[in-house]
Design a protein. Structure first.
Length: 202
């Protein structure tokens, strides 16, 4: 499985991550909005591809997380300078094709997001992964080590999602951040070479 920046190079018209009402937004975003958001620098979408089929995708954008007093104390103990908000990379959307037989697609895409955060942090401040999890996905993110944001700006509003965060620089990193293969986007030239090889041309 490879991960590519989504530029419209694959047919995603048949992509579906499920038939529940909350899946409709995930399905429609990839088909109708992902390229427009990328073109206007609002977010970037990356697709997971196996055997020339799109088996999942993740959409990333910048974020800032508000913390309450207790939450700030946790970062202060890690010698993080006090700040009103903490810079983050947000997982705006994460989806796996409902018929996909490839294991750990979601975890691989999250590892990709984690690696992207590490790359960004070398050039600009970025410490947390953040997500607004739909109800059916909260357990998945909790298993990865995400915790719920408690500040009123995140938790005090009437909302259908749960605001969560993961400290990418915590000394206690879970296995998915260290044991899974590094995930980097495939360069366009490498992608074209691979598709040519698979087609038998050249």
């Amino acid at each position: 499985m490879d991960i590519h920046p989504y530029t419209g190079q694959y047919d995603v018209s048949g992509f579906t991550c499920g038939d529940e009402p909350h899946h409709a937004d995930l399905n429609d975003f990839l088909k109708t909005d992902a390229l427009r958001y990328a073109a206007t620098s609002m977010s970037q979408t990356y697709i997971a591809v196996a055997n020339d089929d799109v088996v999942g995708y993740v959409t990333l954008l910048n974020d800032a997380i508000w913390l309450n007093t207790d939450e700030k104390s946790e970062l202060l103990r890690a010698e993080v300078p006090p700040a009103q908000t903490v810079p983050a990379l947000k997982v705006g959307r994460l989806a796996r094709h409902k018929d996909c037989k490839v294991p750990f697609v979601g975890s691989a895409l999250m590892r990709f997001a984690f690696d992207m955060l590490l790359d960004i942090s070398e050039k600009a401040g970025c410490r947390l992964l953040s997500v607004d999890a739909i109800p059916s996905a909260v357990a998945f993110y909790e298993k990865l080590g995400f915790i719920r944001n408690l500040h009123f700006n995140h938790a005090g509003k009437k909302r259908e999602t749960t605001s969560m965060r993961f400290d990418a620089f915590s000394p206690l990193r879970p296995a998915w951040t260290t044991q899974m293969p590094l995930m980097r986007p495939v360069a366009a030239s490498d992608e074209q070479a691979e598709r040519t090889r698979r087609s038998g041309a050249g």
